[in-house]
Ligand binder design. Structure first.
Ligand SMILES: Nc1ncnc2c1ncn2[C@@H]1O[C@H](COP(=O)(O)OP(=O)(O)OP(=O)(O)O)[C@@H](O)[C@H]1O
Ligand SMILES: [Mg+2]
Length: 401
């Protein structure tokens, strides 16, 4: 036990070590999440285990792939990056596995593929979700057997490579949809490294902005006054849908276009999309007052339900004349939304805007235990309007219990 603890302390990157790693890999940031990320890289890099890197666009997946290679015993051999989505399907196989002379029109000589070029090094399959199924089968073979055949070749070629793949799609979903082979997914997913979005590690925003600015100013000999404190606050509050890439572009753009000026809040606002626009990707915005957040959440839940209902309706219409009962489904579903029945005993399914509104009001009353003032606040209505609507829809007090 004592030994284990000692080893843990020993393994934990000391401050100097941390700085070395950052310099080596270029992965900057001091947030807990970034530290965890780098720690994971340090753990897996020395092994030959396959790694699947996931994360939104611009979070640094390629940087992570490079770091894994750099911190491995393969660092002196090549790291070959394959941009799976950018290579035309027709030549993908020969690009990956090479081809032999005369294997197809125009194949004038033997050509090595990426796998041969990566021998003893690593291969980085970027955007792996884009690979056609036919290639996925061949890839699985290389992963399992460490051998492949050139296009037009007859002999198997042995290869020693480490697999690193990245995706910004949810590969699990692609497997479910039949676009990605499950066996390949399991093979690649031996270790999963998820690179967090910048909005999930906001403490990194300011240090990264400072570093990007310093590098850019130094490399381009540009005058620069820096950012004001309020400008930094705004940058930290922004959601960065394009993540670190967007931050870097932003910094470089303002330095060039606002040459020599102190970058203040107004300038930041000028170059970033409005807060309304940028928050579409988030279910709920953190800075909003509680009531507003609840209202947004409610609306979203209702919209989701509405789309489920539309699907259900389609399903029912597509079926035979047999009457489907929603009962069983309702038992598992959010009952409170569907508790209503129409006079003829059928399930009431909100399908118009006013039905939606009625449901929103009913749920708000339910949530606030019938407190009209709170419910009005949650819905963004005046209390008077709420009373009017309660009457209009004939909502009774027991509707809120
Ligand atoms: N932690 C970090 N520290 C410093 N720079 C970073 C960091 N993460 C990413 N970057 C920089 O941000 C930019 C985008 O990174 P990268 O290309 O690795 O993202 P990605 O996840 O591969 O994006 P995409 O999915 O769009 O291909 C690069 O310029 C990279 O150097
Ligand atoms: Mg990338």
């Amino acid at each position: 036990m004592v030994k284990l603890v000692e080893r843990f302390i020993e393994d934990f990157p000391a401050e100097d070590n941390w700085r070395d790693i950052q310099r080596d890999t270029g992965i900057l940031g001091n947030s807990e999440k970034t530290r965890e990320l780098v720690e994971t890289i340090e753990q897996v890099a020395p092994t030959d285990i396959s790694v699947l890197i996931s994360g939104e666009s611009g979070t640094g997946k390629e940087l992570v792939a490079k770091a894994i290679h750099l911190r491995s015993r393969r660092r002196d051999a090549p790291l070959i990056t394959v941009n799976s989505g950018a290579i035309p399907e027709g030549i993908l196989e020969s690009e990956l596995f090479g081809h032999e002379k005369g294997s197809f029109t125009g194949a004038s000589g033997l050509r090595k593929g990426y796998f041969e070029l990566a021998n003893h090094g690593s291969i980085f399959l970027d955007e792996i979700g884009e690979l056609p199924l036919a290639i996925q089968v061949k890839l699985l073979r290389v992963l399992e057997e460490r051998e492949f055949m050139r296009v037009g070749g007859a002999a198997l070629q042995a290869v020693d490579v480490r697999f690193i793949a990245a995706t910004n799609r949810r590969l699990e979903d692609e497997v479910r949809k039949g676009n990605f082979r499950q066996d390949l997914y399991y093979r690649l997913n031996a270790v999963r490294i998820h690179v967090p979005s910048l909005r999930d590690r906001r403490e990194d925003v300011v240090p990264l902005a400072k570093k990007f600015a310093a590098d850019f100013v130094r490399d381009n000999h540009i005058e620069f006054e820096g950012f004001s404190e309020r400008a930094f606050n705004l940058l930290q509050a922004y959601n960065w849908p394009g993540n670190i890439r967007e931050l870097r572009n932003f910094v470089e753009k303002v330095i060039v276009l606002e040459r020599g000026r102190l970058i203040e809040e107004t300038i930041v606002r000028k170059y970033l999309p409005t807060f309304e626009e940028m928050d579409k990707s988030l279910p709920v915005r953190v800075e909003k007052p509680k009531e507003e957040m609840e209202r947004e959440l409610l609306l979203r839940v209702l919209l989701e339900i509405k789309s489920e209902i539309a699907q259900l309706r389609e399903f029912m219409l597509a079926g035979s004349a047999k009457r489907y009962s929603l009962g069983a489904w309702r038992e598992n579903g959010p009952d409170q939304f569907y508790g209503q029945q129409t006079e003829d005993g059928k399930q009431a399914v909100p399908d118009s805007v006013s039905d939606m509104e009625r449901e929103m009001i009913r749920v708000a009353l339910l949530k606030t235990k019938g407190n009209k003032r709170k419910a009005a606040g949650m819905l963004g209505l005046s209390e008077r309007t709420l009373y009017r609507k309660i009457n209009k829809y004939g909502l009774r007090d027991e509707d809120s219990n």
